[in-house]
Design a protein around this ligand. Sequence first.
Ligand code: ADP
Length: 190
Amino acid sequence: MINLIIFGPPGSGKGTQSDNIVSKYGFHHISTGDIFRNEIKNKTSLGMEVKGIIDDGKLVPDELVLKVLESTLDKCTNHHGIVFDGFPRTRFQAEELKKILNARSTEISIVLSLEVDEEELAHRLMNRNVEMDRTDDTTEIVQKRLKVYHDTTEPLIRYYKGRGIYKAIQGIGTVEEIFGKITYEIDKVI
Ligand code: ADP
């Protein structure tokens, strides 16, 4: 059972590379962002609760994220592996994930961190706004999300480096080139 975290700032390509990983290895993809967007689309009470927060570029409160994560894991019947995308985003989420996995007699196998410079990120996110109609990809909100990433999520790099499971991946190049580096790392742990 492989538990892989795909880590990186907004716009670093986590979603795209998660899809590639899922196609090649048959892992289950858990994207907390996708889960929330789906809830918003279906106008559920959870969706209504998180819409304002997401559109404002802030983080959904940990308790809510963890509730969603646990119920998603409970429904997951894939025993090959899981790709966690956009989660964990806070130190608390990381610590809880460790406990949740340990309780299921498993653990994080590897953290693949996509490194992309700020200028390129802002550029990609603005394009995505036009192409995918993401209401949180506007100039002001993009800057806010990048700041949230730096302040709250980026410190997790040290946390995972300290555990010896952190792998930096240069996130600039073609999707295929980057995926090649990703498969190289995954193949070492499976
Ligand atoms: P991106 O990586 O481009 O920011 P995501 O799809 O991962 O996109 O997340 C979109 C939004 O959903 C985030 O800005 C945040 O508001 C919310 N969100 C997603 N995952 C989490 C999480 N693990 N903790 C808190 N908020 C989250």
